[in-house]
Design a protein around this ligand. Structure first.
Ligand SMILES: *Cc1c(COP(=O)(O)O)cnc(C)c1O
Length: 347
């Protein structure tokens, strides 16, 4: 089986942990391990004096947590809606009765930063919610530009880096980001099941709201101070997360970013021969999203599984496919993948 989805093919040492006995979690060892995971996570995103919350729950759980605990403390939010994940912020704001302004970005396009700034000023928003990489299209937004605008107009910045963490450089402190979120099955490329909230040190004394029992920031932060979780953690994935973080600490984050970039380059060069290009105006290295003509809905997707036991991701538009570059993949794999896709499409 080859997998170019989230997660992609996983490191064997990490996979092996999934078949091992599950230790009891209310122990000093589990606490120490989590405290070390927190430290490495904060170093990787350059927010060494911040805090993290590691939830058992998918990325959307962390998005919901941020809206419940933090965004509800503001009068008005601006949401960058550049695809299905941006749109999710908007739905969460509606769900929790937060007044929000939709800043729509066309499919696979970059933000018009001047228009964004004008909207922020006109609408007098106090918090901005965006994605770094809109995974539904492959578009990477310019966090430096967004940060400059937010700093100028004193707008709090919340960024979903779920699919850019470890694929792109992110310096949370330098960008002045208040909250970032990620989840285990994307850049970390370990099994799905955990999501992580990064809180900047500016929020140390912040009065968060208490409008979601399971996701309550204060309750989770209090428990994590001693390396524990308020409710049963997905113990195995916490252990896999720690193992992965130790690998990243040893190798350095830039090696990972470089690897993802290199994977994307090999694949993009290979499909360019067939006339396919990333659809995004500024593509992230995390995925390649490209448009093909296909015979019937999800034809390529189904054929790739039937013929090659290989998973790629259909997109939100017919014939728009996404290949993730975050899992383990060799040059040979990527060249073969491009060729297999070409053959199926032109059969
Ligand atoms: C995958 C993803 C999510 C949602 O995460 P789930 O783990 O599926 O809940 C949110 N935002 C972005 C940018 C994503 O790529």
């Amino acid at each position: 089986m080859k997998s170019y989805v989230f997660p992609g093919n996983i490191d064997a040492d990490i996979e092996k942990i999934g078949s091992e006995p599950i230790p009891y979690m209310r122990t000093a060892q589990f606490s120490e391990m989590n405290k070390e995971s927190e430290k490495i996570l904060l170093d990787l995103i350059n927010c060494p004096n911040g805090r993290t919350i590691i939830y058992t729950g998918s990325g959307t759980g962390a998005m919901s947590a941020v809206v419940e605990n933090y965004v509800t403390t503001f009068d008005k939010a601006l949401v960058v809606d550049g695809g299905s994940f941006g749109h999710r912020w908007l739905e969460l704001c509606d769900y929790y009765n937060v007044s929000s302004v939709q800043f729509k970005v066309p499919f696979a396009c970059d933000i018009d930063y001047k228009a964004l700034e004008e909207t922020i000023v006109r609408e007098k928003v106090s918090v901005l919610l965006c994605q770094h990489h809109e995974t539904s299209t492959g578009q990477l937004f310019d966090l430096k530009e967004i940060s400059r605008i937010c700093k100028t107009h004193h707008v709090s910045m919340v960024v979903d880096v779920i699919s850019s963490f470890l694929a792109e450089e992110i310096d949370m402190d330098a960008l002045g980001i208040d909250i970032c979120i990620t989840s285990t099955q994307k850049g970390l490329n370990i099994p799905p099941g955990l999501s992580i909230v990064f809180l900047s040190d500016k929020l140390k004394q912040y009065k968060f709201n208490h409008s979601g029992y399971y996701w309550d920031f204060d309750n989770n932060l209090k428990n994590l101070e001693r390396g524990q979780t308020p409710f049963s953690p997905a113990t195995t994935i916490f252990i896999q997360l720690h193992k992965r973080l130790k690998q990243l600490e040893k190798d350095g984050i830039f090696k990972n970013i470089e690897q993802v970039r290199n994977n994307s380059k090999i694949f993009r060069d290979a499909i360019a021969k067939y006339g396919w290009y990333p659809e995004a105006e500024t593509p992230s290295s995390a995925i390649t999203g490209f448009q093909i003509n296909e015979k019937s809905e999800n034809y390529l997707f189904k054929k790739m599984i039937d013929l090659h036991s290989t998973y790629i991701m259909p997109g939100t538009r017919p014939g728009f496919y996404r290949v993730s570059h975050m899992g383990l993949q060799s040059e040979e794999d990527l060249l073969l993948l491009a060729e297999q896709i070409y053959k199926i499409v032109n059969q």
